[in-house]
Design a protein around this ligand. Structure first.
Ligand code: GSH
Length: 256
């Protein structure tokens, strides 16, 4: 047994499947071996599902204890119900502080940066976006992609402030966070904090994934060959850093 939940039904996880924050929640549920049912949606239809329980963005996790509308809250709740040998946060207060600090950095800076940088390159590729956004979503939502995408594309561009300048800044931000993580790993440690896998490792790998494209990622991701050459070359550079290699390793270990 890896958890002590009293929940009888499976958790519900509302997602935009390709979202790296949804991947963070999915990974935690999988790691703790908690039964869940994913309810995938294409933007903007996710808002009908998240709005019903007082949320906006995805992931939203619905449990008998209530709805959790932010990935960090989801991880904290899952940690509370996890058994002592399967915690995502260390019990030692100092180590826990370090994990939470890294998780915040990745949530607040890395996640928005990998999203802005990635969308800048692919947002104008209609077919690419259709394949990525429609994976696993209800048939009717996928069928409406041609109708909603032109509008969603401009919402995306304005909402996430995607411009050549902001994408170049996002690239620098990803580089700088990768340097910080590479520096942490330079003493040969196995995990970012303490001697076990934690929310810091999970959050880093999930939110860095768009810049590294781990082959084991559960959502179908692009091959380097089908990406713009500058983006593919930046991914190759990220993969070669210690932080990038760490993401690839965590994904290789994800299913074991
Ligand atoms: N702080 C949130 C961020 C989640 C987030 O930004 N989700 C994006 C997908 S990557 C989303 O659902 N955007 C659509 C929306 O806000 O309606 C979390 O950690 O859960």
């Amino acid at each position: 047994m890896t958890n002590v939940s009293t929940q009888e039904k499976s958790f519900r996880l509302i997602t935009i499947p390709i979202s790296h924050y949804c991947e963070k929640a999915r990974w935690a549920l999988k790691k703790l071996q908690l039964p869940y049912v994913e309810e995938p949606h294409m933007p903007p239809f996710h808002r009908f599902a998240t709005g019903r329980v007082g949320g906006k963005s995805t992931p939203v996790m619905i449990t008998e204890a209530g709805a959790f509308t932010d990935s960090a809250d989801i991880l904290r709740y899952l940690d509370e119900i996890a058994s002592d040998n399967a915690k995502l946060y260390p019990t030692n207060p100092e180590l826990r502080r370090q994990v939470e600090e890294l998780e915040d950095l990745f949530d607040e800076q890395l996640g928005p940066a990998t999203r802005r940088w990635g969308y800048f390159y692919v947002m104008d590729d209609y077919k690419f976006m259709q394949r990525r956004w429609c994976q696993g979503v209800p048939f009717i939502e996928g069928a409406l992609f041609p109708v909603v995408f032109p509008w969603m594309r401009s919402v995306l561009q304005r909402g996430f402030n995607i411009t050549p300048e902001s994408a170049a800044q996002a690239y620098e931000q990803i580089k700088s966070i990768f340097e910080q993580v590479s520096e942490l790993l330079s003493d040969g440690r196995t995990y970012l904090v303490g001697d076990s896998f934690s929310a810091a490792d999970l959050t880093f790998a999930a939110l860095a994934a768009p810049a590294v494209l781990p082959p084991e990622h559960p959502m179908r991701r692009a091959n380097l060959q089908e990406l713009p050459s500058k983006m593919a070359s930046e991914i190759s550079t990220f993969r070669k850093t210690p932080a990038g290699a760490y993401v690839l390793r965590l994904y290789r270990d994800r299913n074991s």
